[in-house]
Design a protein. Sequence first.
Lengths: 556, 159
Amino acid sequence: MKGSEILIEALVKEGVEVIFGYPGGRALEIYDALYAEKRLRHILVRHEQGAGHAADGYARATGKTGVCLTTSGPGATNLVTAIATAYMDSVPLVAITGQVSVGQIGKDAFQEADMTGITMPITKHNYLVRRAEDIAPTIKEAFYLAGAGRPGPVLVDMPSDVCRQSTEFKYPEKIELPNYKPTIKGNPRQIKQAAELLKNAARPLIISGGGVITSGACPELAELVKLTKIPVASTMLGLGAAPPDEYFLGMPGMHGTAVANYAICAADVIFAVGMRFDDRITGDPEHFAKQAKIIHADIDPAEINKCVPADVPIIGDAKEILRELLARLKKEHFERRTEWLQQIAAWRQKYPLRYQKDSRVIKPQQLLEALNDLTGGDAVYVADVGTHQMFAAQYLRITAPRRFLSSCGLGTMGFALPAAMGAAAARPKERIICLAGDGGIQMNIQELGTIASEKLPVKIIILNNQWLGLVRQWQQLFYQGHYSHTDLRGRQPDFLKLAEAYGIKGVELKDPQLFAKQLKAALAFKGPVLINALVKRDENVYPMVPAGGVLNKMLF
Amino acid sequence: MKHIIAVIVDNKPGVLARVAGLFSRRAYNIDSLAVGPTETKDVSRITLVVHGNDDIVEQISKQLNKLPDVKKVLDLSQGECLSREMAMFKIHATAKTRKEICTLAHTFRAKVIDIAEESMVVEVTGDTEKLNGLETLLEKYGLLAVVRTGKIALARGRK
């Protein structure tokens, strides 16, 4: 069997159903093997970055490993941002890139780029396959590594001659990676310590992160909250893991809720699970949660003590750790910590998320609240990066895991449209809503072509404030209102005509009295829709903790 | 504080780049580096000398341990260890100074391994201080070239 056919067989064996890709010279052999291939759906994107983000969105929406495929050189380097995005957010991804033939490597051959070198710091691991015999075991390993432990992207570079060579196809049963053994079960002694701390705490708080979703530990988290009556805040990557009940405080950090930030500053015990103390969450780490003993549970040992020192570290899978913790705590009886919960209720009441409605113009927050009403939470939201993303994280009610997808760690503008495409391919029966700013949407706008031709029924909402809004906010607050190159007014395409050009229905929203009805109709439309929502131009995101600040010193 | 870190790796293409890249990417400076085969086939040992506080070194070790090609990471500075490096000094030497240099070399248990009309090469093995000491003494004759290996190290005893 030819190398390229082995590659496809291996993908099928791994249970791959969808590949996002773009052909090219050094991928010809692989694309020939895909010709008339019925077992895999290949989605032709319009730019390789789109393929990477689409595979990422597919993975985030399902928990399965996403797959993208490109040619060598420029095709492969176009994946770099998407790979880095997946790496920062621990998304399982296998990126397959064509490469020049083995003999040409290092000779600056046409469309040659050293992809294993380039992606070394942004992949969990990568491979340059030098022999056809190595293809099957490499793919097996790549999928294992992408999904195991803390997930992440793996790149497999496939020289064109290796794809042409023939060999016998034998898919390995087992993986031989003696050095890679992630710790799954938490240390019982540390779990016991954590249980003691949580039991005896006066002002405990849980901060839940993306790892809880990755490990499928949402039921365990909900059970823990219910049992212990401990309030819970969630990182952006973890939104949807904790049920939005009375104990849920929303997202902490730079644009987090005041109640979550105050709770962190006042807590005496913090149980951080599946999160990594990103600077957007902690502000100045020296002043983070000064009163709290910190229990840090994560599957990646390197996250322990990286940013914030842990009093009780627990290395392991969130689900396992939460199960063990529950087993210990179930024997206990937890009273409501009245004083603490009253304090939290007081903060919540005094500092709610708030904005002023305007009778002349739609407020972005208002549009998001309308979405809550219209969908009842029954949607997969894919948010781009910027003000709309922060508003979305604040205002949307995310009721289940894998319903809020966004580039949280890398902050990649241009992520949402292709990622929504991936989510739509993965979950065809669900309502996929892409939220983007007028800046970010243009960074991968070409994917409207993919959405149209693949008939992916994504509802694309541009929260159009004609600014690079988040940067504008910083310029206003910290750069004396020097709006350097952030004003997009008069520099935008006609988004409706653009939609029309791609054969996509376009809708404009601008009337605060009428928009909800129009939005409802647009969401009910069968195919893809591009909704250009003209929103208030200079609506800042508050609360805000300035970069490197302390969480209880917020701007409102 | 200086740390001597030994990284035991599978001898695969690109593994040195992975290990070294990890240091540079997290802005840790490598003072010296030595790579060579070990008692086990297809396994190499990379010995690195880095300086940084214990937190940084802890972070480096954890990051290294995550690489699938890395079998083991040892911080040899934690216990007693033996360490050596080697240097070759090419010195300006004439018939007049040759003898003096030979005596110096002898005192340091260094070997003269080449003599030319106007130069000599001295080979020396030892710890960093010894090598530095000899280098300082040889400076006055005129050092034409200095080449030093990275440090290699082993834990004492059975460890």
